[in-house]
Structure formats: C-alpha cells, structure tokens
Design a protein around this ligand. Structure first.
Ligand code: KG4
Ligand code: ZN
Length: 370
C-alpha cells in the first residue's frame, strides 16, 4: 500500500515519552539505502524515581514536559537538520503512562502546527516491533519477542500495521521480575544487569524455582509467582544463616535467571512453530527490550532459532530499549503508506497492537503492556 507520490527520501523527527525516558531522534529513509539514524538523544529518569521503587507517573510526566523541547533541539542539532528540512513529525501516542504520552503528543502537535508539518501518531510497541527493519532490513513476516521492564509478548509482524499476537505475560514483565528480584536481594536498580552479574558465581540448579505456565499450551507467560518463590527461598537462607551469604545470593540469582530463560526459550520454541507454519520465505526471529541484553537469555533464544533453521536478530541495545529513533522509523513506515494524523490525535494509555484479539491483562508499574 505505497503512496503513489512517495518521494525517494524522507527525514522524520521522532518523539518518545511514554515511560521514563525522554527521547528525540531524526531518522532519514532513502529508497536506495533504507533507514539511517542521524541523531537519537535519550534522557533517562532513573534517579528521579529511585527513592520510590518504581516509576511515579506524575513525576515522569513533569520531567518529560521539562525536557522535551531540549531533547528536540539536541536531536535537530546533532542531525544538522532544521525543522524546515523535515518531512513529518512522529510521536508516541500510546500505550504508556498517560501524562508522559500527553506531554509528547502536545509537544509534537505544537511543532507540527508551527512548522506546517504532517503529524504521525505511533504505537510505542510498533516502534519496538519495527526496529529490526531499520537495523537489519528484515522483510515481512518475522517473529518478534518484546521483552523488557514493561512489555513481554510474541508477535508475528506481518506489515507496518498488522501484528498477530501469539501470547504474552499475564502479569509481570520479565524485566520487572529481574528488578523485583534485585530489590529482594539488596542489589541495585535496574536489577537485570545486577542479577546477571551476581549469577555468574551461582549454582543455577540449587533452587528449583517454578517454570510457570509451561504445563499449559500456547505462548502466554507468567512471572509474578517466581518472585514469591524467590522470597521464600531467600527467607529460608536468612533464617538458616542469620543473614544472606554472598553464595546464597549468587545461587538465588542464577536459579532465578535459569527459570526465566527456560520459560522464554520454551515459549519461543512454540511461537516459532506457529510462525514457521506460515512458511515465511526467509524465517527470522528478532528480539527487543532491555532483557534482550541478558547473555544467557540471548544465547538460549539464539539456540532455539538455530535448532529451527531460523535467523536471529538482536538490534544494538540502545535501539532495543526505549528511544525515539524507533518512533521516527515507525513514523516513516506509516508516512510512506500515506497515513498521517491531524491535530485531534489523542494520547492512549492502552493500545493493543493486535486489534483482532482481547487486550492482555498485565499492567505493571511502567504502564499498560498492550
Ligand atoms: O527496554 P527497557 O529499557 O524498557 C523498559 O523501561 O521497560 O528495559 C529495562 C528492563 C529493566 O527491567 C532491566 O532490569 C532489564 O530491562 N534488563 C535486564 C538486563 N539489562 C536490562 N534484564 C536481565 N538481564 C540484563 N542484562
Ligand atoms: Zn518500550
């Protein structure tokens, strides 16, 4: 569904503010060479929320409102592009924490109206899901696993606006589980890298943590029960030793990480089977999200793909986590199909990618999951 008047080149500003990262980026697409990131600036809010043990929506929204114009200026400066040289402005219009999404949408509307540019509302999850087309030029259809602190779902990406959700978490996202585990064991936030580091010296077989929902068919997952099991095991260690020994902590981390990796690997195997049944011409699976940085998880997913004769793509981490480059790119994909929004574009706290199915139940601290 290409526009008849599609130009050979498009330059789009992207804006992202749906969770705890304020980001702006300029991405250029050329017919011959594909997408190129000219700039991608991200300002995180970890310190602002550190004292509260999670993202506080009101604090996040205010910080976005204060930072957005500075980030846009920086993105244009880094890209050596002026507003006049842009073809459109793309902005995350959901799903996410509504105050933050609103800040971004209002900023984008102001810029679009002021500069007389088209506005393109982007689904944040579509931004993640379409990133492998920007980084690796993947063709449709491909299988995507979104696995971060706020998201966890398997999608067959059929086109820029057609996604088939095969399953996802019914409660916590894996990144959330890593973060909670770190908190329970006295490690720093974000918990994923800390738990992974501590697990290096640990015995992953010492604690037989549950592998939730593996006994049920399908690709849905659950991670909230794992932290309860971990809490019990931790308390038993503390009781026995009058404190948490370094080795106990390492064994708890390794056993927890192994449980998450087992669940993701087995559910990926099932998702791949459903995807491969479509006979895709070039079978490919891609991951996005902060948890994709985990070496064990990444290796397990790659092994499943190799086993099934499927290519595996993990974009660079800076493009796997929340950033406006992916929003600009998803905006380009929409714009090339002739799709734009007007100034009535609204911010949506929930916005499932697969509109043919009921929304997922999970809705964690970082906002809606689908
Ligand atoms: O994609 P991301 O920045 O999105 C969200 O904000 O949701 O992902 C952040 C999440 C955090 O929960 C963090 O603990 C987790 O990704 N994470 C990891 C690792 N690095 C980051 N989880 C496991 N292992 C890692 N190495
Ligand atoms: Zn995200």
């Amino acid at each position: 569904m290409q526009r008849p008047d599609t130009p050979n080149q498009l330059t789009v500003l992207g804006i992202e503010s749906s969770c705890d990262d304020t980001s702006a980026a300029v991405v250029r697409w050329r017919k011959e060479t594909g997408g190129e990131i000219l700039s991608n600036v991200v300002s995180g809010q970890t310190e602002l929320h550190a004292a509260f043990g999670g993202v506080v929506p009101e604090i996040a929204a205010r910080a976005h409102a204060e930072k957005l114009d500075l980030m846009v200026e920086a993105a244009l400066r880094d890209a050596r592009v002026t507003l006049k040289e842009l073809d459109a402005i793309a902005v995350t219009a959901g799903p996410g924490l509504i105050g933050g999404v609103l800040s971004g949408v209002m900023c984008a509307k102001g810029l679009a109206a002021g500069a007389g540019l088209p506005l393109v509302g982007v689904n944040h999850l579509a931004g993640h899901a379409l990133t492998p087309r920007l980084t690796d030029g993947l063709g449709f259809p491909y299988l995507m696993l979104l696995v971060s602190g706020g998201h966890c779902q398997f999608l067959i990406v059929e086109s820029p606006d057609r996604f088939h959700r095969l399953g996802g978490t019914i409660d916590d996202a894996p990144g959330e589980a890593f973060d909670k585990t770190a908190r329970l064991l006295g490690l720093e936030q974000p918990g994923g890298p800390e738990v992974e580091q501590a697990a290096v010296a640990g015995n992953s077989k010492r604690f037989p943590f549950p592998r939730p929902l593996l006994d049920r068919p399908g690709c849905d997952m659950s991670f909230s029960g794992l932290k309860t099991a971990l809490l019990r095991a931790r308390d038993a260690c503390i009781k026995r030793e009058q404190g948490l020994r370094e080795q106990d902590r390492a064994d708890l981390c390794a056993s927890f990480q192994a449980a998450v990796a087992d669940v993701l690997a087995e559910k990926s195997r099932r998702a791949l089977a459903a995807y491969l049944a479509l006979n895709p011409p070039v079978p490919m699976m891609a991951v996005a999200g902060g948890v994709a940085a985990n070496n064990l998880i990444r290796a397990r997913l790659e092994a499943v793909c190799t086993e099934q004769g499927t290519g595996f793509v993990a974009p660079p981490l800076a493009l796997c986590t929340d950033n406006a480059g992916m929003i600009a790119w998803a905006g380009i994909e929409r714009f090339r199909r002739g799709e734009t929004d007007d100034l009535t574009l609204s911010a949506r706290p929930r916005w499932p990618l697969d509109t043919r199915q009921a929304a997922m139940l999970g809705s964690g601290k970082k906002g809606a999951k689908a």
